[in-house]
Design a protein around this ligand. Structure first.
Ligand SMILES: Cc1cc2nc3c(=O)[nH]c(=O)nc-3n(C[C@H](O)[C@H](O)[C@H](O)COP(=O)(O)O)c2cc1C
Length: 237
């Protein structure tokens, strides 16, 4: 199983360690690749909309594509973020912005509909739920059908400060989560299909951001009988 970890932080704290623990419980070390934000994508979206016409026209395409080409090949994505002011970290939010054309209302990739994901966040006290939601919303709109959440209050500023009891609890819970992820098949359900059909309707009505998006949907065959969850074809850029 190919696993890609995307950390919404450069440092290796509690969120990083929990993400890593889950990855290593699901697969072997040589199946794991890892990206850190902002280290691997240190840009904000400029709102130029170049990507809507052509993905390669994004001013940050080169760095972005290093991550996204791995993402597209992965079976499992694990995204981690510390909870900052009750939300995901700013670098993680920037990553979400820079990949907005992957959303179903633009040019989703067929490969996403075959993937599983885990979203991890730690907080000192509270806020993991809303931090995780920032990310799960994006992944849902990418078309990823199976998304697990792991949020925990660690009462710590770094991994070393996390108590032995808390680490025991994390170990137990991540084992259960890893087993679930390992053995459950990625299957598109009613929610993903409902979003897809809404966006398909929008494309048919020419309500999209650009005619380039409708052309893309046509190329994929999604305005006819093809469906992204029915084949393993990786959408071209
Ligand atoms: C800028 C900033 C904002 C934070 N906001 C929250 C918060 O809203 N709620 C909370 O419980 N902890 C908050 N914390 C604490 C971290 O979420 C907590 O220490 C977390 O476990 C850090 O994860 P890490 O070890 O992966 O960096 C904040 C810390 C920082 C630096």
């Amino acid at each position: 199983m190919k696993i890609v970890l995307i950390h919404g932080q450069n440092h290796q704290g509690s969120s990083y360690h929990i993400g890593r623990i889950i990855a290593e419980k699901v697969g072997s070390k040589n199946e794991i690749s890892e990206f850190f934000l902002p280290r691997d994508l240190a840009h904000f979206c400029l709102g130029c909309y170049q990507c809507v016409e052509e993905e390669q026209h994004c001013p940050f395409y080169k760095e972005k594509n290093k991550i996204m080409s791995e993402v597209e090949k992965a079976d499992l994505l694990i995204l981690t973020t510390p909870t900052y002011c009750l939300r995901a970290s700013a670098p993680m939010k920037t990553f979400i912005d820079l990949t907005f054309t992957y959303w179903m209302n633009h040019k989703p990739k067929a490969a996403m509909f075959q993937k599983k994901a885990v979203v991890v966040s730690t907080a000192a006290g509270t806020g993991t739920k809303s931090a995780i939601k920032d990310i799960t919303t994006a992944l849902t709109y990418w078309g990823i059908p199976n998304i697990e959440r792991y949020g925990i209050s660690v009462q710590a500023m770094n991994w070393e400060q996390v108590s032995a009891n808390k680490k025991l609890k994390i170990d137990k819970e991540t084992t259960a989560l890893a087993n679930k992820v390992k053995y459950k098949k990625a299957k598109v359900g009613i929610k993903t299909k409902a979003i897809f059909y809404m966006m398909r309707f929008m494309q048919k009505k020419d309500w999209s951001a650009s005619p380039a998006e409708k052309d893309y949907w046509k190329q994929q065959g999604w305005l006819d009988k093809e469906r992204p969850w029915k084949n393993k074809k990786v959408s071209p850029h």
